[in-house]
Each structure stands twice: as structure tokens, then as C-alpha cells.
Design a protein around this ligand. Structure first.
Ligand code: NAD
Length: 478
């Protein structure tokens, strides 16, 4: 597939004509190109967004609702094509890509409704004055997304930005631009108003950096690695841009002795390995009460060995390919590091080449035990199909281990003890706590991380508030 930018209502190549090779993770072969855009394309996209700004801001909520729903309908109607493109581009199993396309359409539908329902506050001061808050669109905003859940996260940012009345310059990851290209084509097909959404493809340090540095782009919503987030904050901070940063994680998945073990095990296999472990919410550290340690360990190891790693297009594949060669090498290097740090590999640990996918980047689901809680393997984000196991003796120790990382995105815990569940939830230093479930999402809830996992929250009104500028208007009554 030859990916194109979508600027001012048109699909177009980078102005400099250059492209970046796009690799298929399942084969390791180049199968297309992505525009190697630069500052000039960002400027062009910005000018289109600026020209469309006033008319989109003044478009009635009913119309915005109609347009966002039209995007959702078009993605739903073309779901299989989107899913095939996503799976091929990212390496994820096709069945999973299909689910993510449902959610991508849902993101547009959800925020279409938000456009209709968004309201603001008023504050009456006895009989002296009345204040009301105007929540106005910011203007032109930037959305930058990562490669792990490409369209799912791209739409999660674009939809609220548009619903709140902004025009958008957006950049998908250079590793996974295929579904952003299809979204651009969809906009053309349905006649989406020109300039309201603009998609610029290319490398982070060129296109992303130009967006962050652009004086006219007043807010940046970013999802990606913590190091990139730090760099963006250092650039955008002195420019006083509004920033929403959704960053990395090192999430604990805690199984207490009183948990429904069968249920915990069934979900934990997904928590550990869904999407090759390339979900920021995956539980990469499995903490198990010492009385159930052997039982849970043996079952998790068994289940991990049974997961079929293979061609992402096949229905029975549970684990697909790792997104890129550099990331594949990074994950393998962490398995080596775990061994050097004294870890015992109980399952997986190796690269493999499934039939028909020779040359692809595949790694076996890997389970490691015997590492101290504060070693690098247990504190740094690996973002692959690798989990570590750690026993704990009581609630206090579980909490201490869980919190012993700079990250604070999501924690999962399994217990039938109601008061323990609430105590743990209050004391875990994470933005999201799942109790007896994982990745159960209500799109109205605040989504994001604490500590080095980010700043700000997405989802529901949080996203609508991020993408608007509140203005207090005070009227004296006498
Ligand atoms: P990344 O930080 O390398 O890239 C993310 C995006 O930023 C890409 O589009 C990239 O091109 C762009 N970028 C790179 N350098 C830039 C710069 N200097 N200025 C502006 N943009 C730049 O992250 P990745 O490797 O694509 O994604 C994996 C990371 O994302 C993991 O750390 C994962 O935990 C995190 N993530 C977090 C969440 C969350 O909600 N917290 C969700 C998904 C992924």
C-alpha cells in the first residue's frame, strides 16, 4: 500500500516526494511506502486547518454529530478492509484488528454524542453577580499517536478534538500508517469538510517535532513512549501549549489468595499477551500470593506454551508478529537482560519463524521468574510478550512491589475480599485500577496514567475539557 497524506480534503504525497519503506512485520518485507513528510507538509496542513477553523467551530452541534457519525458508519461499512490493513501493517491477529475497528468507529460515535451533550457551568453569587463558563474550541490542535493500537488510538484523539470544535493536524506512527490512510480516503469518499481534519505522515523527529514546535498549533495530545513525552514536554512547555501525555507503563497484575483463580487465570493470559503484549495496559508483572504461587505459575506457564504464535491472518493465531525489527530486537534484548539478572525462563524466551512467515518478527510468549522486584527487567517497560512472576506474602508487600516503578498507568487485582479491593484501589499509584477484570472500558471514564505514565486524562468530559479553553464571564446584577 502506498500511504498518502490527507490535507485540505485531498490525498497527496509529501511535498518533497520522498517516502519511507513500510515493512510487513509477519514477513519482514517492504510492502509499501509512507510519505516522508517534513515541516512544509505540516505548514500546509496547518494552513488548511486554520482556514477551516471558524466555520467548523461555528458548525452546529447537530452537524458535527452528523459528520462524526458518518465517519463511524463508513468505518463500520468497510470494517473488513480496515482490519486486514491494520493486521498486515501492525502484525496483530486479524480477529483482534476486527475488534479494534469496531472500537475505532465507536470512538467517533461516542464523541458525536459528546458534541451534542457537552455543557458548562454557571456560578451564582447571591444577588451580586452571575458567572458562566464559556468552553470554546482551542483552534488548531495536534494529535500524535503510536503504533500499537493504530486506528483505535488515532480516532480516540481525533474524535474529541473535532467534537469540541477544533480543527486538527494529526500524525499516526510511521510504523503503522495504513489505517490513517484509509481514514483519509474515507473522509474524501464521504465529503468530510476540507481542512477540518488533516493527516500528515512521516517520522516523529521531523513531522511530530514540527507539529510540537509550530506556534499556531495550540494543544498537543500525544500517546507514545515516556522518553518522547519528556522531549515533547520540554519543547512545548515554554510555549505554554496545552499538553495531554499518555505514556508508558509497567503494570502489575495482582492475584490474592482469595481470588477466583480460574477467572483470574483466564483473563491474565490476555492481560499478559494480548496484541503480543504491545498494549500499554498489559500486566507485565504478575504478582501472586505465596500460597497460590506454584499453582498459578504452573497454569500460566502451561497456557503460555499453548498460545499459537503464527500468521496474523489465520483465525487460530493468538499471538502475531512484533511491529518492527528494532522493537523485536529490543524485546529480545530484555529477555537476555532478564537471564543476566538471574531470571529463569519458564516458557518461551526465543524468536521463532512460523510456517509461511519466514523472515517475520515473532517472539514466543515468555514467562520469567526469580527476579528481584527492583531489577531493570521488573521496572523498565518491555512492551512485548514477556511477563515476570513474583510471589508476595501479604497486602502490604503486594502494594510495595506494585508501586515500586516510576510508571503508574494501570493495575489489575484479583480478590473476593471487598474491603481489601477498595483499600488496594485507594493505595495503588496508578491512573486506572481494574478489580476482577481487565481492559473493561467505559468511554466516559477518565483514562490515563500517574507518575511517569503521563499527564492529563482522556475519555468522556476529560477529553472535551482538554480540547476546549474555559473562559469565565462575570455579569454584575446591579
Ligand atoms: P514513540 O514515542 O516512539 O512514538 C509515538 C508517536 O510519537 C509516533 O507517532 C512518533 O512518530 C511520534 N514521535 C516520535 N518522536 C517525536 C518527537 N520528537 N516529537 C513529536 N512526535 C514524535 O512511541 P511508540 O514506540 O510508537 O509507542 C509505544 C509506546 O507508547 C509505549 O511506551 C507504550 O506504553 C506507549 N503507549 C501508551 C498508551 C497510553 O495510553 N498511556 C497507549 C499506547 C501506547
Amino acid at each position: 500500500m502506498q500511504v498518502l497524506n490527507y490535507i485540505n480534503g485531498k490525498m497527496q504525497a509529501a511535498l518533497n516526494g520522498n517516502t519511507i519503506d513500510n515493512y510487513e512485520p509477519a514477513t519482514g518485507h517492504v510492502y509499501g511506502g509512507v510519505p516522508d513528510s517534513d515541516e512544509a507538509d505540516v505548514n500546509l496542513a496547518f494552513e488548511a486547518a486554520k482556514a477551516a477553523k471558524i466555520s467548523w467551530a461555528n458548525t452546529p452541534a447537530e452537524e458535527k454529530f452528523k459528520w462524526l457519525n458518518a465517519l463511524a458508519d463508513a468505518i463500520d461499512a468497510d470494517r473488513e478492509n480496515f482490519a486486514i490493513a491494520e493486521s498486515r501493517d501492525q502484525g496483530k491477529p486479524l480477529w483482534l484488528a476486527r475488534n479494534e475497528m469496531i472500537r475505532s468507529a465507536q470512538n467517533f460515535r461516542f464523541f458525536a454524542t459528546a458534541a451534542m451533550q457537552f455543557a458548562s457551568e454557571s456560578h451564582a453569587m447571591e444577588n451580586k453577580a452571575i458567572n458562566y463558563t464559556l468552553r470554546q474550541p482551542i483552534g488548531v490542535v495536534g494529535c500524535i499517536s503510536p503504533w500499537n493500537l493504530p486506528l483505535y488510538l488515532f480516532s480516540w484523539k481525533i474524535a474529541p478534538a473535532l467534537a469540541a470544535g477544533n480543527t486538527v493536524v494529526a500524525k499516526p506512527s510511521e510504523f503503522t500508517s495504513a489505517t490513517a490512510h484509509l481514514l483519509g480516503e474515507t473522509c474524501v469518499k464521504i465529503g468530510f469538510p476540507a481542512g477540518v481534519l488533516n493527516i500528515v505522515n512521516g517520522l516523529g523527529p521531523k513531522v511530530g517535532q514540527a507539529m510540537v514546535e509550530h506556534k499556531g498549533i495550540k494543544a498537543i495530545s500525544f500517546t507514545g513512549g515516556t522518553a518522547t513525552g519528556k522531549h515533547i514536554a520540554a519543547t512545548a512547555g515554554p510555549m505554554f501549549k496545552k499538553l495531554s501525555l499518555e505514556l508508558g507503563g509497567k503494570n502489575p497484575n495482582i492475584i490474592f489468595e482469595d481470588a477466583d483463580i480460574e477467572k483470574a487465570l483466564k483473563t491474565s493470559i490476555n492481560t499478559s499477551f494480548l496484541n503480543q503484549g504491545e498494549i500499554c495496559l498489559c500486566g507485565s508483572r504478575l504478582l501472586i500470593h505465596e500460597s497460590k504461587y506454584e499453582l498459578v505459575r504452573d497454569r500460566i506457564v502451561d497456557e503460555a506454551k499453548k498460545l499459537k504464535v503464527g500468521n496474523p491472518q489465520l483465525d487460530d493465531t493468538r499471538v502475531g508478529a512484533i511491529v518492527s525489527k528494532p522493537h523485536y530486537e529490543k524485546v529480545l534484548s530484555y529477555i537476555e537482560l532478564a537471564k543476566q539478572e538471574g531470571g529463569a525462563v519458564l516458557a518461551g524466551g526465543r524468536a521463532l519463524q512460523p510456517e509461511g512467515c519466514e523472515g517475520g518478527w515473532f517472539i514466543e510468549p515468555t514467562v520469567i521468574e526469580g527476579l528481584p522486584f527492583d531489577c531493570r527487567t521488573n521496572t523498565e517497560e518491555i512492551f512485548g510478550p514477556v511477563i515476570t512472576l513474583m510471589p508476595f506474602k501479604d497486602e502490604e508487600e503486594a502494594l510495595a512491589i506494585a508501586n515500586a516503578t516510576e510508571y503508574g498507568l494501570a493495575a489489575t487485582l484479583w480478590t473476593e475480599n471487598l474491603t481489601r479491593a477498595h483499600r488496594m484501589a485507594a493505595n495503588l499509584e496508578f491512573g486506572i485500577v481494574w478489580i476482577n477484570c481487565w481492559l473493561l472500558r467505559d468511554l466516559r471514564t477518565p483514562f490515563g496514567g500517574a507518575k511517569s505514565s503521563g499527564v492529563g486524562r482522556e475519555g468522556g468530559w476529560e477529553a472535551m475539557r482538554f480540547f476546549t479553553e474555559p473562559k469565565n464571564v462575570c455579569i454584575a446584577l446591579s
